[in-house]
Design a protein around this ligand. Sequence first.
Ligand code: LLP
Length: 436
Amino acid sequence: YGTQQINELGHLTIGGVDTIELAKQYGTPLFVYDTALIRKRSRGFIDTFEQLGVKAQVAYASKAFACVAAYQLAAQENLSLDVVSGGELYTAIKAGFPADRIHFHGNNKSIAELELAFETGIGCIVVDNFYEISLIKEIAQQKNQKMKILLRVTPGVEAHTHDFITTGQADSKFGFDLNNGQADEAFKQVVNDEHIELLGLHCHIGSQIFETEGFSLAAGKVMQKMGAWKEQHGFVAQVLNLGGGFGIRYTEEDKPLEPHEYVADMIRTVQDESKKLNLAMPEIWIEPGRSLVGDAGTSLYTIGSQKTVPNVRDYIAVDGGMSDNIRPALYDAKYEAIIANKANDPKTSTYTVAGKLCESGDKLIIDASLQNAHTGDILAMFCTGAYGYSMASNYNRVPRPAVVFVENGEHQLAIKRESYEDLVVNDLPLTLTKGE
Ligand code: LLP
């Protein structure tokens, strides 16, 4: 992946930095991000739109991995930003991310979150439901401010990895149904409001998708709605946001497409539909999360205890687990790993990599093919950059790991390791008295 190599000591290096040295200096578990690879992935999408001559915004879906340094990296690479909570928005603003390139998502944004969006002057709110429309109108009126919005619609196309389903009505907690009149009703409520500027429509069909058909189908359906609104109401949409969900390679079974393959196909559909419907070509926005940061992240763990269940399997246990990567336990997600301090050795052994949390399901990889492992070895688990740290917890009061960025032989701490002191910082002593 990316800048990974093996040095003369047989150690895995990332960004020209020895991972064993990183483990020594920062401790484990440790997330290591190859920032050059994040830049490359970002440019892959941005350049594609440029080459095709299509006006676009590539918004990093920061739920995949968010921190001040990550937002600053995204800003450096001219990405826009998708945030889904007041917390992400606050962090982005703290990081100095240009507010006018921030898009705010969510199916239950609070009044305080919406007020923050107005106060920080973000680029657009992706409006999800009727209650939110009424809140935005109220806040905009109070503040006498105008807000740009997209309406999030569910087109009845849902993609899962290799297959997708299309339905007349989507059973989703997100967005206005495109097919049952809800989207039309939402349109009527916002289109003539003096405090709202409707830019266009948004849809997101799923995550870890490996083919282009679902995107094209959804794009076609949304374009048709745009065509209808132009015909019936003279409304011309400026923006079509087709969401994220571009798949990445976790294991050799995954065969992702290149950014230009995903993008070229959806653009062709939008161009064809624009012509057919006599619409101006809208600006295309996308929201990749996983495909920008997923394979740039590697988790380093120290191997501790080992256990053999005779005739069944060998376990090696590491110093992290579901508290820093819940994806195997939650989604049955698959990963690959190596022993980073003997990266040149052949993978002759099979181990199940167990975490240290008090839960039997806390296994990171079942039957991983690995080099012969010993206590004290460093395990490098690949492709943990998306939805690893961002879904981390303090289960079992395990402090969350540190995160380092590496590039060109340099490294820097991006998130400090939590301390035991951090774990109790919000805890208060018991003051209720014991009854009789
Ligand atoms: N846009 C919207 C509206 C989304 O809901 C999502 C992801 C994205 C963009 C970014 O999708 P991506 O490009 O990262 O696939 N925790 C799960 C993934 C949940 C995705 C939620 N929405 C996981 O670990 O696989």
